[in-house]
Design a protein around this ligand. Structure first.
Ligand code: K1U
Ligand code: ZN
Length: 184
């Protein structure tokens, strides 16, 4: 298994519309395993294939406390079951360290295929409903900050750029230190 790099906002690749999965073959199964590992390593509760630069309709999620119940949704279709929208504080692995309230329907129907190609058809509510709608947005090139004011979007973009630069500098320092340690 492998950890996959996660695209950061405002990377334009996050705006790509995902295409349906034609066949649940071994290549897709490897990607699913890698996405689950990547989601756990990043301490997320969901991950869309778009976020790891694979523009296909594939989502993984795990809302369990022990992080031992991964869910896989292939070619998902999500239908709101209520008109009313409720506020929820959302985060995004592609927009690190930014949290904001988004209003969404609190109950939805999910129709999809699982990893074995079997049909899923269920009604969900609460965080699961919020999370699947957030992930569906990724497949459609939408990021949760799009729902925020222009000012908040600019702040989010600047914050992520700063964080990414800091991470790059840290990685460079670590690589230099390792090189020095091996050359002694
Ligand atoms: O798609 C993603 O970027 C993953 C995202 C999913 C998500 C979290 C919260 C609300 C909607 C969608 C995350 O996992 S962000 C990190 C996280 O674990 C988290 C953040 C806020 C609340 C709960 C969990
Ligand atoms: Zn996200």
């Amino acid at each position: 298994m492998a950890l996959l790099p996660i695209l950061n906002y405002p990377d334009p690749r996050l705006r790509t519309i995902a295409t349906p999965v034609k066949e649940v073959n071994n290549t897709i199964k490897t990607l699913i395993a890698d996405m689950i590992e990547t989601m756990y390593a990043a301490e997320g509760i969901g991950l869309a294939a778009s976020q790891v630069d694979h523009h296909i309709q594939l989502i993984v999620m795990d809302l369990s406390e022990n992080k031992d119940t991964p869910m896989v949704y292939i070619n998902p279709k999500v239908t709101p079951l209520v008109d009313e929208r409720q506020p929820y504080e959302e985060g995004c692995l592609s927009v690190p360290d930014v949290y904001n309230t988004v209003n969404r329907p609190n109950k939805v129907r999910i129709e999809a295929l699982d990893e074995q190609g079997q049909a899923i058809d269920k009604e969900v509510e609460g965080l699961l409903a919020v999370c699947i709608q957030h992930e569906m947005d990724h497949l459609n090139g939408v990021i949760f900050v799009d729902y925020l004011s222009k000012l908040k979007q600019t702040r989010a973009r600047d914050k992520v750029r700063k964080l990414v630069k800091m991470r790059e500098k840290l990685a460079e320092k670590q690589a230099n230190a390792e090189q020095q340690a091996t050359s002694v």
